[in-house]
Design a protein. Structure first.
Length: 596
């Protein structure tokens, strides 16, 4: 099939063996790419493995749309068995590495085994090698990026783990280009456990498409359409930070460890403040709506900001200064820590201190304490040791009912939307296949605009539709979803692009089925790998059921547990899973997953 490089590069760090394998047309048809390839490979090859042992594997996977001259296509999926959750984990990162990988002749890199010494993987077209790299070990991701760029060229594609990943912090992420981050559920720690500091890719070839002329023409039309959208100018001014004001106005901004949805200092740090402090823009390759906004942080260094990071390291920890938040964000990037999980851990600590559950006195908004804790988490030392396995493990260690306000699902810290008054989004977090990430179903804006407080079946159907498009299609295609989400770029472009690239027409029905196949296989992976897995893993924390907001326009509202139960049951029914969330045999067979 056209549009793919057609090869998987397998690198075993234990014995140094490197091989190149053909990717079959049936794998391409049934799983498309990116997340689809990743879950199939993990299902087939990673069974009962300790995520930080040599038995685990890490996968870097592109899809047919990756690296093409179409809008925002510089993305790849990084996936592994997660050391944070124990189940399927992945993340999506925009980086030159995705573009180079396909040019080098590979759709997927699979790294297995474990190196004795720090190393990096160097891929230069056909030439592939493992390079010893003691000098890189211990370097932060900005320093390591500079060193590798100096050696291999500024334009190389570089994926890195930071010192936090080296120290096996369970929510360490993979970084690229000093500001792109992907793999929230500990993909950085999997690299660290393999002593794999980086993957450096330089490709010079090209992938043959079915109809290059048509693709070129449609790609240009796509870029033009994006620029002509009414929402484009505002997006270019604020990027994802446009969500900040909206979240505060709609009382869903995570504030004081998700106790509240409105922050009293929001006007000091919203998208308009960002506009004033704006010092530059960054982003992924092949994108004409780049969303990385740079400001000078409180130490006068450049830092890149996104809504999630600002909300989690700002209101959620009670800190109302954008330059200070930017500094914490930069530290997270340098250490290679996921900024969402970091914000959740700091907030949990502050609340634990307020409640007298720990000896240390740390007040809400204490910037110095937040910096100190970030370093301690990155090192896995002091108080940081308590948090280096994430907020779920920290709350289990502290006990005393603190699990109720450890803001996570399946072990992954919740991203930046407070859901006491958004039951559909609460279910989206509950059923996200990697733990509480918004990426699979950001139903919240639809919910607030249409049907906020109801718990009905059409809402559950809408949630599944989002999961099919976002978690199924965009993650396996693999391209950025923000053109569609943020400036209403037409979804119908994508089957057209796919056809020009691969030569095969896929209807939306086919695409939804692909998404369902991927979801059921991810579910099967969790069931196989986590013995206690089942319905109880699909609930948000008790805080959302028990503690209503104390102020704001959603004052007094919380999630109704009985009605949530009903929505969850509808969700399973619609997916063809049993009441415990286990896919039925006939569902698996219908999806072509016989034998799973
Ligand atoms: C993503 C998660 C997000 S989602 C954000 S901000 W967001 C946080 N960013 C972090 C960061 O930065 N530094 C850091 N140390 N940790 C961070 N953790 C958080 O990670 C990102 C964009 C964004 S910005 C979003 S919504 C969209 N996500 C996409 C997706 O998931 N799939 C897809 N097909 N397209 C997407 N487009 C957008 O990409 P994770 P990136 Mg990221 C500094 O990976 O693990 O899913 O975590 O990739 O290249 O940085 O682009 O308001
Ligand atoms: Fe990357 Fe942002 Fe562009 Fe998406 S919109 S491709 S995340 S820069």
């Amino acid at each position: 099939m056209k549009g793919y490089a057609g090869k998987l590069l397998r690198v075993n760090l234990s014995d140094g063996k490197i091989s190149k394998e053909q990717i079959s047309d049936s794998l391409k048809r049934d799983f498309l790419g990116g997340r689809g390839f990743a879950v199939k490979l993990l299902w087939d090859e990673v069974r009962n493995a300790d995520p930080l042992s040599e038995k685990n594997k890490i996968i870097f996977a592109t899809g047919p749309l990756t690296g093409q001259s179409i809008p925002s296509s510089g993305k790849m999926v990084i996936a592994s068995k997660s050391p944070l959750t124990g189940g399927y984990g992945d993340g999506n990162i925009g980086t030159m590495a995705s573009v180079h990988l396909k040019k080098a002749g590979y759709d997927v890199v699979l790294v297995e085994g474990k190196s004795e010494e720090p190393c990096y993987l160097l891929i230069e077209d056909e030439k592939v090698g493992v390079v010893e790299a003691p000098e890189l070990w211990g370097k932060n991701t900005f320093e390591a990026q500079d060193l590798l760029e100096k050696k291999h060229g500024k334009n190389s594609g570089i994926l890195l783990t930071g010192p936090a990943g080296e120290n096996l912090v369970r929510f360490s992420t993979v970084m690229s280009q000093k500001g792109r981050a992907g793999g929230r559920p500990g993909m950085g720690a999997v690299m660290g456990s393999k002593k794999l500091k980086a993957v450096v890719i330089k490709g010079t070839g090209s992938v043959g498409n079915f109809d290059d002329n048509k693709l070129k023409e449609m790609g240009k039309k796509g870029y033009d359409e994006i620029k002509a959208k009414g929402s484009y100018d505002f997006w270019m001014k604020q990027g994802t930070m446009q969500a900040f004001d909206w979240a505060n106005e709609n009382a869903c901004l995570p504030t004081y460890n998700y106790r509240e949805g409105v922050f009293e200092f929001s006007k000091e740090m919203d998208g308009y403040v960002l506009e004033k402090l704006h010092a530059g823009r960054k982003g992924c390759p092949l994108c004409n709506m780049q969303c990385g906004h740079i400001i000078k942080d409180s130490s006068d260094q450049e830092a890149e900001l996104d809504y999630e990071n600002v909300a989690m390291l700002g209101p959620n920890i009670g800190l109302g200064s954008l330059p200070k938040v930017a500094l914490l964000n930069r530290m997270a990037d340098e250490w290679g820590l996921d900024a969402i999980s970091l914000g959740s851990c700091i907030a949990f600590l502050m609340e634990a201190s307020e409640r007298g559950l720990i000896n240390e006195k740390i007040k809400w908004g204490d910037f110095e304490a937040a910096q100190k804790l970030t370093v301690e988490i990155g090192r896995g030392e002091g108080l940081g040791k308590l948090f280096s396995h994430g907020v779920k493990a920290a709350s289990e260690a502290i006990g005393k009912g603190s699990q109720k306000w450890a803001m996570q699902v399946k072990g992954l810290e919740i991203s930046a939307y407070n859901c006491q008054a958004c039951p559909g989004m609460a279910l989206a977090f509950g059923t996200s296949p990697i733990g509480a990430h918004h990426k699979d179903a950001w139903i919240i804006s639809w919910e607030i605009a249409n049907d906020r407080l109801s718990y009905n079946k059409p809402k559950v159907e809408k949630l599944i539709e989002f999961q099919r498009i976002r978690g199924g299609f965009f993650e396996s295609a693999t391209v950025c979803r923000l053109p569609w989400v943020e400036v209403s770029f037409g979804l119908d472009w994508y089957p057209e692009y796919l056809e020009a690239i691969t030569g095969e027409r896929k209807s939306w029905e086919d695409i939804y089925r692909l998404g369902d196949r991927i979801y059921s296989l991810i579910r099967a992976f969790w069931i196989r790998e986590v013995p206690s897995f089942g319905r109880k893993w699909d609930y948000p924390p008790d805080r959302w059921f028990e503690e209503p907001h104390s102020g704001g326009k959603m004052k007094g509202i919380k999630v109704d547990r009985g009605k949530y139960e009903q929505m969850l049951s509808w969700y399973y029914e619609l997916r063809g899973w049993d009441p415990n969330g286990i896919p039925l045999k006939k569902t698996l067979e219908n999806l072509g997953l016989k034998g799973v």
